[in-house]
Design a protein around this ligand. Structure first.
Ligand SMILES: C[S@@+](CC[C@H](N)C(=O)[O-])C[C@H]1O[C@@H](n2cnc3c(N)ncnc32)[C@H](O)[C@@H]1O
Length: 335
């Protein structure tokens, strides 16, 4: 079911936490189009302008506001996209028949996407060629400032409090030693640094909300006493290790057999990331919501942590994936 339609079926103030990774602007195609309240009909993430995309996200998160408890919160994972004139070989927005490399997903991904009529992303007039479009910043500002909400053309709606922007680091480089650790997606471009991070925005409905920081505190480096803990901070690194779904470690990702899996192009969250978002913001028995559930990582981790999960997902391939995953975790599914 479409995120907006699915959210409308959920009881008001019944959810403790929403955590979600919507499609990023002009990145992947999931093959799901829907009708939006402003009259546009199309796939979320492929709107003519980033402000249109942000407006559609606001429609979704206005409903999330309604279903969240007043002491609840919302985590949104986003990253930016470059504006690029079509025709540049080697990028995901290359024109028809490009035989070049594709920055995201490799050759199989490119071949699969080429079969879709609207594969190639468009150029956004008004934003410079090769510039980041600032999509996460537009989104942050429109969620938190009514003037910016109007700027993207959204009707009046809730004003969120952004409590922290967290950097989810896929890899890190220590400047002094020049040593890299982690495993970010390589990028072929030579005239800028690659992006080895994504944002996690933490929003609340009101200044006071359920957040137990001690649940994610880390061992203190300043103290020799084992029990001393310190603030985990706001740069969270994952190692991008690919382990099996049944691996007990919190770092695990779903192992995907690239030949067999129909949903290998969903950008899946590592389980450790979901766990770190849920630990301070939920208690056992609480209800967790993901309106862009993908392969169901949120649901799987929530169920493992004795939370209830409501998952919404519009792509049939992803629904099949998350049904399969949740069955293995003994979870109950609604979509
Ligand atoms: C980045 S993926 C989420 C991945 C997920 N966090 C995981 O770990 O698997 C975004 C998902 O949103 C879904 N989607 C796109 N547009 C949607 C819509 N309008 N309503 C519901 N789901 C949608 C896509 O099919 C895709 O599975």
């Amino acid at each position: 079911m479409d995120a907006l339609a699915g959210l409308k079926t959920i009881t008001s103030e019944s959810v403790q936490v929403c955590l979600t990774s919507p499609p990023f602007y002009l990145m992947r195609r999931y093959g799901t189009t829907s009708a939006w309240p402003d009259g546009w009909h199309g796939e979320l993430g492929h709107e003519p302008h980033p402000n249109d995309f942000v407006r559609h996200l606001l429609h979704v998160f206005d409903e999330v506001w309604r279903v969240l408890r007043d002491d609840g919160c919302l985590w949104v994972n986003l990253a930016d996209t470059f504006n690029n004139k079509q025709g540049k070989k080697g990028t995901t927005n290359a024109p028809n028949g490009c035989n070049g490399r594709f920055a995201a997903g490799g050759k199989g991904y490119a071949t699969a996407l080429r079969k879709q009529p609207e594969f190639f992303k468009h150029y956004v007039p008004g934003i410079a060629h090769k510039s980041e479009m600032g999509v996460p910043y537009r989104f942050h500002l429109a969620m938190t400032d009514p003037a910016l909400r109007r700027f993207v053309g959204a009707p009046e709606g809730p004003q969120w409090t952004c409590r922290r922007t967290i950097i989810w680091a896929k890899s890190l480089v220590a400047l002094e030693s020049q040593k890299a650790e982690g495993n970010a997606m390589p990028e072929p471009t030579r005239d800028r640094p690659s992006r080895n991070y994504e944002f996690l925005f933490l929003f609340s409905k009101q200044p006071d909300y359920l957040f137990d920081r001690s649940a994610i505190d880390v061992p203190s480096r300043a103290s020799s006493r084992n029990e001393d803990r310190a603030n985990a901070g706001s740069v969270w690194q994952t190692q991008a290790k690919v382990l099996s779904d049944t691996d007990p470690g919190p770092e695990a990702l779903l192992r995907i057999n690239p030949e067999a899996s129909p949903y290998r192009h969903v950008a899946m969250w590592p389980r450790s990331l979901v766990r770190t978002m849920l630990l301070p913001t939920t208690r056992e028995g609480d209800t967790v919501l993901d309106p862009f559930a993908g392969s169901g990582t949120t649901g799987q981790v929530a169920v493992e942590m004795n939370r209830k999960a409501i998952l919404i997902e519009s792509s049939p391939a992803c629904q099949a994936a998350l049904t399969d995953r949740l069955k293995r975790s003994n979870g109950q599914l609604f979509y």
